[in-house]
Design a protein. Structure first.
Ligand code: KIV
Length: 272
């Protein structure tokens, strides 16, 4: 290593545990391709999630259900090639783990082996504890996901806030404790009341990462295309847009078309 090359330390599950202990907030964003992952990793994001939201964002499906394990592996491998610092978590897609714990383990092994991922994420509570334990027994770190779990959208029938009622809130807390006992290294809580997010983050020893779970959890995750404002049709209350890339890219595209049509592009300096 040359004297002026700064060594970049990879975030691990231990780093995240230490961050929770020191009350340092954890940043997490999605990425599905090499170029986006390079920017997000280079900026210092702690965790990159290769989410099954690729089904919506990259492929244009209405839900996360259609994306396949092969497609997730393709996205994950592209992301892994771009990262030096972030811990990369990859979603097990719908249909690749619900059958039984052996199926869950086989799908996780494919993600680790073929994409070079660092960990996997599964949606669900007590009902998937067997699968989580089997994946962990192979040395694969697991992240949980509770609350509004998009793979169950047809069960919920709506994208509204979950666990507003006491019974569902109690079940969610029990599920979070069961996932922690099984050994997950962190849990994503999606679209639940902030007070419940706070209670769970306080009761659990592992990091709790929220998306629409309020400010008192241990970290935040957003879908990067939403955060960059590439999509101006999706505006949930929990989303903060840091750019309006949709308008910037639209304007740039219109300018390009204008220059091509007028013959202004390419000019003398832009040709061989
Ligand atoms: O797939 C995804 O992007 C996710 C986040 C919403 C947490 O699971």
């Amino acid at each position: 290593m040359s004297a002026n090359t700064k060594e970049i330390k990879r975030v691990t599950t231990n780093t995240l545990q230490e961050m929770k202990r020191k009350k340092q907030k954890i940043s997490m964003l999605t990425a599905y391709d090499f170029t986006m992952a390079k920017i997000i990793d280079g900026a210092g994001t702690d965790i990159i999630l290769v989410g099954d939201s690729a089904s919506n964002v990259m492929a244009g499906h209405e839900t996360t259900l259609p994306i396949t394990l092969d497609q997730m592996i393709y996205h994950a491998a592209s992301v892994i090639r771009a990262t030096n610092r972030s811990l990369v978590v990859v979603d097990l897609p719908f249909g690749s783990y619900q059958g039984n714990s052996k199926e869950a383990l086989n799908s996780s092994i494919r993600i680790m082996k073929e994409a070079g991922a660092h960990s996997v994420k599964l949606e669900g509570g007590k009902e998937i504890v067997d699968s989580i334990e089997r994946i962990l027994s192979a040395g694969i770190p697991v992240m949980g996901h509770l609350g509004l779990t998009p793979q169950s959208i047809y069960k919920f029938g709506t994208y509204n806030v979950r666990a507003k009622e006491q019974l569902e809130a109690k079940k969610l807390l029990e599920d979070a404790l069961a996932l922690q006992a099984a050994g997950v290294f962190a849990i994503v809580l999606e679209k639940i009341p902030a007070a419940l997010g706070k209670e769970i983050a306080k009761k659990l020893k592992i990091p709790i990462i929220g998306i629409g779970a309020g400010r008192h959890v241990d970290g935040q995750v957003l879908v990067s295309h939403d955060m960059f404002g590439m999509n101006n049709e999706f505006s949930p209350r929990f989303l903060r847009r840091y750019l309006n890339l949709h308008d910037l890219m639209s304007k740039a595209t219109k300018n390009y078309i204008k220059d091509v049509q007028s013959g202004d592009f390419p000019n003398e300096k832009e040709q061989y």
